[in-house]
Design a protein around this ligand. Structure first.
Ligand code: CA
Length: 231
């Protein structure tokens, strides 16, 4: 079975032409003629790639892309009639993988499609490993969920980001300055007590709540997250 491509394009003649060519190449194709329907189909999933026109009725291509990227990393190639740098830059900034300017030769579109589909395995691997774990704690970075022994823990955004940073450097000691820099950013330079405060929040929601010890203070240095040692 061929890869499934969603074509969101309101120029029906062009859409039919592209569809025929893609089918000839062995792809399965579904079409949507406006942005709203296209977004709906794209969010339903099951597509290996989306071809997305920018000028669309109901919902613009940029808006479709913006909303799609909140939930999906499916490769998107923008189709733009306007050969403006702004559209391309905006589209790529917003997470489009590539763009093709109309009118395009079908060979060029096919080459871009093949390239975008080739890039997928690396991304798929990334997506299949969104879990960070330490001992009984798991963090699903995609769903933004944290659980201890399978039991969900509600964290604020900042607590989540701090925990995320610790987990990404599991078993390594992070200084307060490093944590502050990575989680809070520049504006908070010097306010390292914010780190201590949020470490306390995390300990109370995780370690104390579940009777475990994951977050360790390394005196004079900073903090680390690791599984408690069993003697
Ligand atoms: Ca259009």
């Amino acid at each position: 079975m061929g890869e499934r491509i969603l074509l969101i394009e309101d120029e029906e003649k062009l859409a039919r032409m592209v569809e025929l060519e893609l089918r000839y190449e062995g792809y399965e194709v579904e079409k949507a003629f406006d942005g709203r329907k296209g977004l709906e189909l794209a969010l339903d999933g099951g597509f290996d790639l989306v071809l997305l026109d920018i000028m669309l009725p109901a919902l613009s291509g940029m808006e479709v892309l913006r909303r799609l990227r909140r939930e999906s990393q499916v490769p998107v190639i923008m189709l733009t009639a306007r050969d403006t740098v702004v559209d391309k830059v905006t589209g790529l900034d917003m997470g489009a993988d590539d763009y093709v300017t109309k009118p395009f030769a079908i060979e060029e579109l096919l080459a871009r499609i093949r390239a975008a589909l080739r890039k997928r395995p690396a991304r798929a691997a990334e997506e299949s490993a969104p879990l960070l774990t330490v001992g009984p704690l798991t963090m699903d970075t995609e769903r933004h969920e944290v659980a201890v022994n399978g039991q969900q823990v509600a964290l604020t955004r900042r607590e989540f980001d701090l925990l995320h940073c610790l987990l990404e450097h599991k078993e390594k000691v992070l200084t307060r300055e490093a944590l502050l820099d990575q989680v809070w950013g520049f504006d908070f330079a010097g306010e390292t007590n914010a780190v201590d405060v949020y470490i306390r929040f995390l300990r109370s929601k995780l370690d104390e709540q579940f009777g475990i010890k994951l977050i360790h203070t390394v005196r004079g240095v900073g903090y680390t997250i690791r599984e408690e040692e069993h003697p």
